[in-house]
Each structure stands twice: as structure tokens, then as C-alpha cells.
Design a protein around this ligand. Structure first.
Ligand code: MG
Length: 240
């Protein structure tokens, strides 16, 4: 499962959050359509989905060409632009943006993937420390604190807006590694769902990395797995 040329055993894990441990419930698209509906605007779901994806990727690509610096104000601007591009028909953009910003900061707007609680328990029982490094903003704190299976992460959250750099800048991985108390990047495994932020970026920075590709969207990238159960199996078997 892991491509580990250094031969270093995994001493700690840095997990991504969104798309790796948690996902929006209801999905982002439904939250956006509901925000428009509250302003009496009915929109075609496929159109909003396509606009959202295009806007999100435009923001990501723009960031990748820059210094990867961020803060809370930067993230609010990013998400305001995405909402504006996804919902151009709504009369009150500020209202929709504020509603969506608050919505995604609530733990009840998120769910854990089914494999997460058991995998984390097994890794913890095996004595493998782990933390979160996320490009989410400070709202992730209230989300994590409100989800019992993730509460253990609360003291070890490494958030881009607080570190000042976002993935794939190495500073965020380094902050997370430091929070684990591990000196060597080669002994730390980064796990996440984004090929650039969670696989290629960590590999360039000297970490081990594993893409979690739950829906088989990225067959061209490796190493990868489709569940955290497989990762826990791999790291908790005696031969590893
Ligand atoms: Mg992610």
C-alpha cells in the first residue's frame, strides 16, 4: 500500500480533514441550492454544480501560482468569490454568503465517513499518534469539537489560516509534524484526498504520503487507498 523508499516505519500520521475524515451533509450543492431558494430563486442543480466546481478549481489554481499564504480574511474572500460565481442570480449575495459561511462552520453540517471512527481507534490503540493539517479555516475548530469521534483532534489541529500558509506549502506539514513531536519527515505519513495537497506536496517535502481515493476519481496517482480501514489494517498488522 505504501511506497516507502526511506524504509522508515510510520511513527505518526497527518490527516487531511475535508474529503478524508469528514464530508458535508447535506452535500455542498444542496446547501447552495437551499441558500438560493431562501431568496426565491430556483436553480438547475447541474448548472450550480458545474459553476461551483469551476470556481473552486479556479481559486485553487490561482493559489498554486502564488506564495500559498493565507489568513482568515483571504479565506472569506475566496469563499465569497465562489458563492458569487456559483449563484450569480441571487439578489442578496451578502446574505447568501453569510448564511453559507455560518452553515459550514456548524458540526451538524458535516458527517464522518463510516470508516473513520474504527480506523482512528485502531491506530490510537496501536500507539500511532495522529493530527490534522487542513486548508479549512478557523471554523474547523468548532466542527471538530462538535463531532465526538474527532474531539481527540482538537488539541492538535493545524489550520492553514493560523499557520499562515496553505497546503501544498511545506510549512503546514511541518507545523503538523512538530505537533506530533516527530523530528523526521520521512517517519510521518500524510493522508488525504487531494492529489496535489495531500500526495505530491508532502512527497516533495520529504514525507511519506497516501492518497485516499474513496470514489476512484484519481487512478493515475499512487500510492492510494479507497478506505481508512485498509490503512489501519496495514499499519496495525504485526509485520508492519
Ligand atoms: Mg481534502
Amino acid at each position: 500500500m505504501l511506497n516507502n523508499p526511506s524504509g522508515q516505519p510510520v511513527q505518526g500520521i497527518i490527516f487531511d480533514a475535508v474529503g478524508t475524515l469528514i464530508e458535508p451533509e447535506p452535500p455542498v450543492l444542496i446547501a447552495y441550492l437551499n441558500a438560493a431558494r431562501r431568496q426565491n430563486i430556483q436553480l438547475d442543480p447541474h448548472t450550480v454544480r458545474d459553476r461551483y466546481r469551476a470556481a473552486f478549481h479556479r481559486q485553487e489554481n490561482q493559489d498554486f501560482r502564488g506564495p500559498l499564504a493565507t489568513d482568515e480574511a483571504t479565506e472569506r474572500r475566496r469563499w465569497r468569490r465562489i458563492v458569487a460565481e456559483a449563484l450569480p442570480e441571487i439578489p442578496d449575495l451578502n446574505l447568501a454568503f453569510d448564511e453559507l459561511w455560518i452553515h459550514f462552520g456548524k458540526p451538524e453540517s458535516w458527517r464522518l465517513y463510516d470508516d473513520v471512527p474504527d480506523a482512528l481507534n485502531r491506530l490510537a490503540n496501536a500507539g500511532i499518534p495522529f493530527c490534522i493539517a487542513s486548508n479549512f479555516d478557523a471554523r474547523l475548530r468548532s466542527v471538530v469539537e462538535g463531532l465526538p469521534a474527532l474531539a481527540r483532534f482538537a488539541p492538535s489541529l493545524n489550520i492553514s489560516t493560523e499557520v499562515g500558509r496553505r497546503k501544498p506549502h511545506r510549512a503546514l506539514y511541518e507545523a503538523a509534524r512538530s505537533s506530533l513531536g516527530i523530528d523526521s519527515a520521512e517517519a510521518v505519513l500524510c493522508v488525504g484526498d487531494d492529489p496535489e495537497n495531500d500526495l505530491m506536496g508532502p512527497l516533495r517535502a520529504g514525507y511519506q504520503a497516501l492518497l485516499i481515493d474513496r470514489r476512484g476519481h484519481h487512478p493515475e496517482f499512487s500510492p492510494s487507498t479507497n478506505s481508512l480501514t485498509a490503512l489501519a489494517d496495514h499499519l496495525t498488522t504485526p509485520s508492519c
